[in-house]
Design a protein around this ligand. Structure first.
Ligand code: RP5
Length: 177
């Protein structure tokens, strides 16, 4: 069922259908991914989290991407560090937009991660947020969803307004310096 006013889909039990799938290359990525999970919860966006790797579980990854597509996922967030081919491999197997979240790496401070994600061959685009910028990955996913979801658009407006108020109300007390 679709709520036409909001453009939101519900399954037969009246539960809002899953909209975002977060995939991370390893459980060790979870601390970086957590802020994205928190943002999606705050905005009440239904999501799923999976640990699957482009290199260590390639077949299962592709199988999951196809399954998620069938479940109606509208955005993938794929987090990986180092040779971060996960977002690119996901993008190669779907027409659903993919947001790459580069995870800080031990050896190259995440430069390897972000370049592996952003520098895709022509024809298979992946959006990339900054290194460890999980919150932005979730907000970008929500912005994509909000194009067809009036309720989410309102929540985004309120989020930006609150953010603006916080910045404008912050002051530097010269006595504290
Ligand atoms: C990547 O290698 C993962 O996404 C993680 O960021 C990094 C290290 O993985 P582990 O060795 O901790 O499993 O595949």
């Amino acid at each position: 069922m679709i709520d036409k006013k909001l453009g939101v889909r519900y399954d037969t039990h009246g539960v809002r259908a899953m909209e975002v799938a977060i995939i991370m290359g390893s459980k060790s990525d979870l601390p970086v991914v957590k802020p994205a999970i928190e943002v999606l919860k705050d905005f009440e966006v239904p999501f799923e989290v999976k640990i699957l790797s482009a290199h260590r579980t390639p077949e299962e990854l592709v199988q999951y991407v196809k399954e998620a597509e069938r479940k109606g996922v509208k955005v993938f967030i794929a987090a990986a560090g180092g040779a971060a081919h996960l977002p690119g491999v996901v993008a190669a197997h779907t027409l659903v937009p993919v947001i790459g979240l580069p995870v800080m790496s031990k050896d190259l401070s995440g430069l390897d991660s972000i370049l592996s994600i952003a520098q895709m061959p022509e024809g298979i685009p992946v959006a990339s947020v900054g290194i460890n910028r999980a919150k932005n990955a979730a907000l970008l996913a929500i912005q994509i969803l909000s194009m067809k979801d009036g309720g989410l658009l309102e929540k985004l407006r309120a989020f930006r307004e609150a953010q603006k108020k916080r910045v404008l109300s912050s002051e530097v007390n010269l006595d504290e310096l």
